[in-house]
Design a protein. Structure first.
Length: 133
């Protein structure tokens, strides 16, 4: 079934979280979209962002993370299972935006997303961003 194949793709990625290739990401994303599973789609977008970051394409990783975050924010209100993924994606979006050279936008994102990030992480991000401002 499609759901089982999506699980296999996710398992392959999670089994090698620092070195997974693009193939299971693309396959999982395609299957998740075909199935119409927005949570799985957002998750595979987040995996794609991780792969892009490892290749050195910070701007594309940021854009893909923001896309995943938008989708996660839409579904998290209806399904609490995505709260952790929202928190991770929000943190990554802020960090990647700063890494891509747009510190002011990262600060704006932090202000808008502070409610979905735990206080300690938000404080750490705030200090880091103020330090490079």
């Amino acid at each position: 079934t499609i759901a089982l194949e999506i699980f296999r793709c996710a398992d392959e990625i999670q089994s090698d979280s620092e070195g997974y290739g693009l193939a299971p990401v693309e396959r999982g994303l395609e299957l998740a979209q075909r199935l119409g599973d927005r949570g799985a789609t957002a998750t595979f977008l987040a995996y794609a962002a991780g792969w892009l970051l490892r290749t050195g394409d910070v701007a594309a990783a940021r854009d893909t993370t923001l896309e995943a975050l938008d989708q996660l924010l839409e579904i998290a209100d209806d399904d609490a299972v995505y709260e952790l993924r929202v928190r991770q994606c929000a943190t990554n979006a802020i960090s990647l935006t700063a890494m891509a050279g747009d510190v002011e936008r990262a600060i704006e994102l932090l202000a808008g997303l502070a409610e979905v990030i735990d206080d300690a992480t938000a404080d750490q991000l705030r200090r880091s961003l103020e330090g490079v401002r």
